[in-house]
Design a protein around this ligand. Structure first.
Ligand SMILES: CC(C)(COP(=O)(O)OP(=O)(O)OC[C@H]1O[C@@H](n2cnc3c(N)ncnc32)[C@H](O[C@H]2O[C@H](COP(=O)(O)OP(=O)(O)OP(=O)(O)O)[C@@H](O)[C@H]2O)[C@@H]1O)[C@@H](O)C(=O)NCCC(=O)NCCS
Ligand SMILES: Nc1ncnc2[nH]cnc12
Length: 292
């Protein structure tokens, strides 16, 4: 295989893997998240809890490092896309080994894997990284094994939702245009970090075609998630008394209906990753821990 230098010196694979795992941990620990696993428990899931999510994040660390290494050595093209496919599928196996067969982070591995590859390939900032990830996502992977249609595939066929693949191919608009601006707006307004993150999650939930929700709840379920999240924000967000009351109401409704906005959780993790990544001017330093 031809080895070429990346366009810019990229962050060390271990540092990028650290940043990716930290973002997964931060997302999992953020509480109270409607319908999702958090410090309080499994949310709408009866087969997940916080220790499981943290074990899953940890199990993905070597995969993120291998992805960064491959992307730092291989020009962006079909060969790299196919290598990422192999590594991503191996990562999924590591995840299900760590969780006893439960799909905790498939969508997150896809989003973060592509973004880690984009950063390791020399992307200069978060928008460039999202665009580079989109180009990789759109390339063909001839090594995809045949198998049962995924939940996302079924939701796409039944409801026409683009899901995780379309989000990536469109350069992660819910990360760069929804979650990150909302996170920074919250911080600038003086909100605590947890509140700013919750509002960023709710902003994504209010807009996303989440195939995880569609699969379990159909279009009615998706409408309930979106309207409920919008209501929390119009009530003033997670940091106000009426916003918090609306959030807890939404949480109860999602648990009752077993609706889990897992795609939104994944995209919040992707936003937290881009927020802490060592861009070129910061690459001499260590990756800062996700803010608490
Ligand atoms: C392209 C792939 C992501 C595969 O996509 P596809 O849609 O075909 O497959 P799914 O298995 O359904 O996974 C998609 C997951 O992505 C998340 N998601 C959903 N909607 C969106 C969206 N609009 N934008 C972004 N992300 C989205 C979501 O992940 C979360 O939900 C998972 C749990 O879901 P589910 O399996 O349905 O589980 P349960 O509801 O618990 O099941 P039941 O109990 O009801 O049975 C969880 O993982 C969250 O993360 C979607 O589920 C990609 O994976 C792929 O092609 N991979 C191959 C390897 C590769 O090429 N990798 C390269 C880069 S590493
Ligand atoms: N906190 C969480 N709970 C359940 N599914 C998720 N997918 C991504 N984050 C999640």
């Amino acid at each position: 295989m031809t080895m070429i230098e990346p366009a810019r010196p990229s962050a060390a694979p271990a540092l990028l893997a650290d940043a990716a795992v930290r973002s997964l941990r931060a997302e999992a620990q953020l509480s109270p998240k409607p319908g999702l696993v958090d410090r309080r428990g499994g949310g709408a899931h009866d087969d997940m809890d916080l220790p499981l999510m943290l074990a899953s994040a940890q199990a993905l660390r070597p995969t993120f490092a291998q992805i960064a290494q491959a992307a730092g050595r291989t020009p962006a093209g079909v060969a790299l896309r196919e290598k990422l496919g192999v590594l991503g599928r191996r990562g999924e196996q590591a995840m299900v080994r760590a969780t006893g067969g439960i799909n905790t982070h498939r969508g997150a591995l896809w989003a973060l894997g592509l973004l880690v590859a984009a950063v390791a390939g020399g992307a200069a900032d978060e928008r460039a990284a999202a665009r580079a990830a989109a180009r990789l996502a759109a390339l063909p992977d001839r090594r995809v094994p045949a198998g049962e249609p995924s939940h996302g595939e079924q939701a796409r066929r039944r409801h026409g939702a683009g899901g995780a693949r379309e989000e990536a191919e469109n350069a992660f608009p819910h990360v760069t245009e929804v979650a990150l601006p909302r996170l920074r707006q919250g911080r600038a307004a003086g909100l605590g970090e947890e509140t700013a993150r919750l509002d960023a999650l709710l902003a994504v939930m209010s807009l996303l075609d989440d195939t995880c929700v569609l699969h379990r709840g159909g279009p009615d379920g998706l409408r309930a998630v979106r309207l409920g999240a919008r209501r929390v924000l119009t009530e003033g967000g997670a940091g106000t008394a009426s916003g918090r009351a609306a959030l807890m109401e939404l949480d109860n409704a999602l648990r009752e209906r077993r609706l889990s906005p897992g795609g939104s959780g994944d995209l919040l993790a992707a936003a937290l990753f881009l927020d802490t990544v060592p861009w070129p001017e910061r690459r001499e330093q260590e990756v800062p821990a996700c803010r608490r």
